[in-house]
Write a protein that binds this ligand. Structure first.
Ligand code: SF4
Ligand code: SF4
Length: 355
């Protein structure tokens, strides 16, 4: 017989997930139509949510300013790949017991792409429904959303990724617990290199008496920085576009504009392309995850402890100059050392050591 207990036992003992919780579907009854699990699986009765931790060490290289691939490979796309496999295996367990399982992928924010339609099935909202998996994880009692909008647990603070399965099995739900993890210290706001997190503007919903609140993040600024187009936190961008000055805090772009710009430029930067074929998290979540993690670890409230207490520095993180330091280049070569003369004696070619 499929029960909450048997699902949790399988998820923890066999699939080695870090934490799992269950919500009854009624908790989602007020979700907007294009985010509602009812519109993905009208017969759904329960939402199963699990998390897998992001290894703390994945952030080490970016913190040191020396190594970006670890976070991309093991803390971001790679971990999302593992979440997808775990969703599949947990879904198979549910279906082996005679109930349907709909794994909901950790997809891009499809609703940000704008209006969709027409709907192929009359009476249903336009495709593609995108659930907010952080709200789902909160409603399943796994943890709560912090001010930064990152999902937090008492075990790992802001360090985890989320998997979601909808099922028509009626399962015992876990209680919702809020107000315990985020203390509104705003370290995430101070350390976000994209100036994407406001300190006093928020969004909130209420479910079963729980107020779930997060800051009204500027998704355009976040996405520009996340995709590595922010000079302050991207040595890759500075190296490839040394003369470009794009102060992120002054950009008024939508998530979609930032997304398109990132996709347009990403493949042009060799060091980005070496990391992945698609834009990857160059900013290293230095405000919303690392800043928060440092704060919570210092406070001693994260259960996942480390022997070396202060491995991550408490000093202000490194930051590159936002404005290009070059004084004049006349549109040809950036560094006076490599200036091309008009008589052609000097070569107009990037130096060998440029990349
Ligand atoms: S750093 Fe973490 S605990 Fe502090 S306000 Fe941000 S989300 Fe909350
Ligand atoms: S991903 Fe980067 S830019 Fe976006 S909120 Fe986090 S620290 Fe700021």
């Amino acid at each position: 017989m499929l029960t909450s207990e048997s699902i949790k036992k399988f998820a923890k003992d066999v699939l080695k997930v870090d934490k799992v919780g269950i919500a009854n579907i009624e908790r989602f009854k007020d979700a907007p139509p294009d985010m509602s699990p009812y519109n993905i699986m009208p017969e759904a009765k329960s939402v199963i949510v699990f998390v897998q931790r992001i290894l703390r060490g994945c952030y080490r290289g970016i913190e040191e300013g020396t190594h970006w691939p670890s976070y991309q490979a093991f803390g971001y796309s790679g971990l999302n790949g593992l979440i997808a496999k775990t969703c599949y295996r947990l879904g198979r367990f549910v279906e082996d017991n005679g109930y349907e399982a709909v794994p909901v992928p950790t997809s891009a924010a499809l609703r940000e792409f704008g209006p969709r339609g027409p709907s192929p099935k009359p009476g249903m909202p336009p495709r593609e429904i995108t659930m907010n998996i952080r709200i789902a994880a909160t409603l399943a009692g796994v943890g709560e959303i912090g001010w930064s909008k990152v999902f937090m647990t008492e075990e790992f603070g802001p360090r985890q990724r989320i998997g979601v399965i909808l099922t028509d099995a009626k399962l015992e739900p876990d209680p919702i617990v809020t107000g315990n993890l985020c203390d509104h210290c705003k370290a995430c706001v101070r350390e976000c290199p994209g100036c994407a997190l406001p300190k006093d503007k928020s969004v909130s919903i209420e479910v079963e008496g729980h107020k779930i609140e997060w800051c009204d993040i500027d998704l355009g600024k976040c996405k520009l920085t996340h995709f590595g187009l922010n000079r302050k936190s991207s040595p890759h961008f500075v190296k490839h576009f040394p003369g470009v000055y794009m102060p992120i805090e002054e950009q008024e772009v939508t998530w979609l504009e930032a997304w398109n710009l990132g996709w347009g430029l990403f493949s042009q930067v060799p060091t980005y392309k070496a990391l992945s074929d698609h834009p990857v998290p160059i900013c290293g979540a230095r405000g919303c995850i690392i800043g928060c993690m440092k704060h919570l670890e210092k406070k001693g409230t994260v259960k996942n402890k480390f022997k070396a207490a202060k491995v991550f520095s408490e000093k202000k993180p490194w930051e590159l100059l936002e404005r290009p330091p070059h004084v004049e280049h006349h549109g040809f070569v950036y560094d006076p050392k490599y200036r091309t003369s008009e008589d052609g004696k000097n070569k107009f070619a990037p130096p060998q050591d440029w990349y």
